[in-house]
Write a protein that binds this ligand. Structure first.
Ligand code: GCW
Length: 712
């Protein structure tokens, strides 16, 4: 290439970063410009074409414009580069060093791979001479490869770096937004949302800020999420219309997210043929109903060709479903699956089905049993494009629950696990509660016994045909996206665990810290890192300590679910009881004398959970009703454990706040202030929890604290 050509190419290819006015409108979360410094200072060749390759092009050119690197897109220049990002089937280049890097990538793949295919989203990274090569079979793989290079920083260019191959373990890595289009009179704009309004909808209309939606897509792609549903699973009148009249609003979101490899799904009402189609019935066996879903779904795909599919909450908490017509959940799910199948779509059918009109005195009905009782008999009847979406625990996203036994009981069904990134029961993004360790515990749980297959294996499935991982999103139109800036880490961690459910959550948190607080722009990066680990690593266990004890759950204020209220749900219809009285506390779910829920597990755990002697302490009150003097495996009595953990929990939160103060002046002041405010609230609320719980159980049991601390 001669000098003139070079100048021309530079004008053509070297894209200036667009001006951003007075700086970012919202916090950049884990993608601040500084995180791109190492990449942006390099010479980079991008080779391949496609919508997502253009996204890579845009990322790389912006980084280079900011940090002085250079970028070329394809053809045939003979230039010295540090990094090649190439599609494997892109034509050869007459550039020896680039071709050598590609060859090294191919060789690495042959060595590491099983048959050489990287799939739609995988990539390989290898070094040849002074060049790093990232190769992918498809554009999405290149985008994921690019973000991997960003995460690695300088390490991506380390000559000694061995080759590595990455492919997501799970095909679908999905977020469910419980966003309402029209403001719900009780639940507001976002049901269980703790980060302001919706980024998609406002007061019955699209919010109209597609730039923000694009930014969101970028954040999600960088942590590996590839699917979202854009409306609440409780589908009211306005939201139902997204399927038909207001499909254009969904298409706009899909257009904004497509460049990031994210497919859009829609929560639909099972009664749609009646409420939208004017039919007299929504019976899944009715021919006109089937025809209505087929025609409606065809129109969806005409408008959004890569539409992901439907998400359904049926016969649950007042939502319509197949029971109205004497049909079961397989009939219902298969109806929608049949309509989606010709277009390659899936239906996510939620297993969150239980009797929400329970009588507290009726001890034979057990909400924990419900999903299993409804769904397990249907195993084998669901079409292959149905994914049964199961909440990770048998009750409802509590701080501690056993893993749902449904996940071990439907071998002939594609199962997804549903997590809750939005912190409904874990501090509502006013408390620091880093959930990675909890999710990791769930994913590593071996329901058939230690050493056996895990929940991660179940959701991965044979040949990656499992149902994947889903989570309820925690994002809103808040300037920090998630209300509490440190709650961004939960979103990031969810994406990374969905990519690889076996990863160590502490390592993921470390990645998040490095990206969010880049060492190159942080005065004392090690202090920041250490402090964040000290505050966040164990924060879920801290939260557990000062809230409901030993797996008993709830004890929250009814309605908003924030703050302590020991008997708040005790005599209600929701099936979430603790049965505390003067003698003891907990729910007997044994086979011998209780609801029999323990018997829903495969033999190993059925036996462990059956007896209070072998049941793990942290789940004792989930499975057993025991006297306050019952001695735990730890050696402490139940009552003393309650006192000790509640005092300890508050001390830990106080220490968190003190540690945070060490970061004054070290990080973005707006982040510092927001976190500091919320830590004050966390200390206040944890103290309230401690006092409510300790006082309640002291009065009920009459047993004083061994250590004579203040109990009111
Ligand atoms: O935890 C409960 C929430 C409801 C939610 C429901 C569900 C969307 O309190 O707000 O409704 O779970 O998962 O469907």
């Amino acid at each position: 290439m001669n000098a003139e050509e070079s100048v021309e190419l530079e004008q053509l290819m070297f894209v200036e970063e667009p001006m951003r006015g007075d700086g970012p409108r919202v916090h950049p979360a884990w993608l601040p410009p500084e995180a791109f410094r190492s990449l942006g200072a390099r010479r980079i060749l991008l080779h391949g074409e496609g919508l997502l390759v253009d996204t890579v092009l845009d990322e790389v050119s912006r980084a280079c414009a900011r940090y002085g690197g250079r970028m070329w897109h394809s053809p045939s220049w003979d230039v010295d580069v540090d990094l090649v990002l190439a599609l494997r089937d892109a034509a050869e280049l007459p550039n020896p060093s680039v071709e050598a890097a590609r060859a090294a990538g191919e060789a690495a793949l042959a060595e590491l791979g099983d048959g050489g295919s990287l799939g739609d989203e995988g990539f390989v990274l290898a070094r040849a001479g002074d060049v790093t090569a990232v190769l992918a079979d498809a554009p999405a793989g290149l985008l994921y490869g690019l973000f991997h290079v960003v995460r690695l920083c300088a390490a991506a260019f380390d000559p000694a770096r061995p080759p590595e191959r990455h492919r997501p373990a799970l095909r679908r890595r999905m977020l469910n937004h419980w966003d309402n289009v029209a403001v719900h009179p009780v639940m507001g704009q976002v049901e269980r949302g703790y980060a302001g309004g919706s980024i998609f909808w406002r007061d019955g209309r699209p919010r109209g800020d597609l730039a923000r939606v694009r930014e969101y897509g970028r954040l999600l792609a960088s942590c590996g999420v590839n699917a979202i549903s854009v409306n609440n699973v409780n589908v009211a009148r306005t939201e139902a219309l997204l399927l038909t009249e207001r499909l254009g609003d969904v298409a706009e979101i899909a257009d904004a997210l497509r460049p990031y490899g994210i497919r859009v799904h829609l929560a639909v009402s099972f009664a749609a043929p009646v409420v939208l189609g004017g039919l007299p019935t929504a019976d899944p066996r009715d021919e006109t109903v089937r025809a209505w879903w087929a025609a409606t779904t065809r129109r969806v795909y005409d408008r959004i060709p890569d539409f992901g599919g439907y998400l359904v909450k049926a016969d649950s908490e007042g939502q319509p479903g197949p029971f109205t017509y004497g049909r079961d959940h397989a009939d219902g799910a298969n109806l929608l699956a049949e309509a989606l199948a010709p277009h390659g779509g899936v239906v996510h059918w939620r297993a969150f089905v239980y009797n929400h009109q329970q009588d507290w005195r009726d001890r034979s009905t057990d909400r924990a049993r419900a999903a299993y009782d409804h769904f397990v008999p249907l195993d084998g009847r669901f079409r292959t494009n149905v994914v049964v979406q199961v909440k990770f625990g048998p009750v409802d996203f509590q701080t501690r629950e056993p893993v749902s036994p449904v996940l071990a009981a439907m071998p002939a069904t594609r199962l997804a696990v549903e997590l809750q990134v939005t912190q409904e029961y874990t501090g509502q993004q006013r408390h620091v509660c880093h959930l990675g360790p909890w999710w990791s515990e769930v994913l590593r749980f071996a329901p058939w016994g230690p050493g056996g297959r895990t929940i991660a294996d179940v959701v991965t499935g044979e040949a990656a045909a499992g149902g994947g991982l889903v989570a309820v999103a925690n994002v809103g139109d808040d300037v920090f996206w998630t209300g509490h800036p440190l709650a961004q880490a939960n979103l990031y961690t969810f994406g990374r665990l969905a990519w690889d459910p076996r990863r160590d959550p502490t390592a993921i948190l470390d990645e998040w810290i490095t990206l969010t607080f880049p060492p190159s722009a942080t005065a004392d990066a090690e202090l920041v890192r250490r402090t964040l680990h000290e505050i966040m690593d164990d924060s879920w266990r801290t939260y557990e300590r000062y809230t409901a004890p030993l797996g008993v759950g709830f004890m929250v204020n009814p309605g908003d679910h924030y703050g302590p209220n020991v008997d708040g749900y005790e005599y209600t219809r929701w099936g979430t009881y603790h049965f505390a009285d003067r003698d003891g506390v907990g729910v007997d779910r044994s086979r011998a004398s209780g609801t029999g829920f323990a018997g829903q597990y495969p033999p190993y755990w059925a036996q462990v959970y059956e007896s209070p002697e072998s049941c793990p302490d942290e789940l004792l009150l989930f499975f057993h009703h025991v006297p306050y003097g019952h001695v735990l495996r730890s050696g402490s009595t139940v009552i003393q454990h309650i006192y000790d953990t509640h005092f300890a929990g508050v001390e830990e939160v106080t220490a968190m706040r003190r540690r945070w103060q060490a970061l004054t002046g070290m990080i973005d002041p707006s982040v510092y202030e927001r976190v500091a405010e919320r830590l004050d609230e966390q200390v206040r609320c944890a103290t309230e929890w401690r006092d409510q719980i300790n006082t309640y159980f002291f009065r009920a049991s009459g047993v004083p604290d061994e250590r004579g601390r203040d109990i009111h």
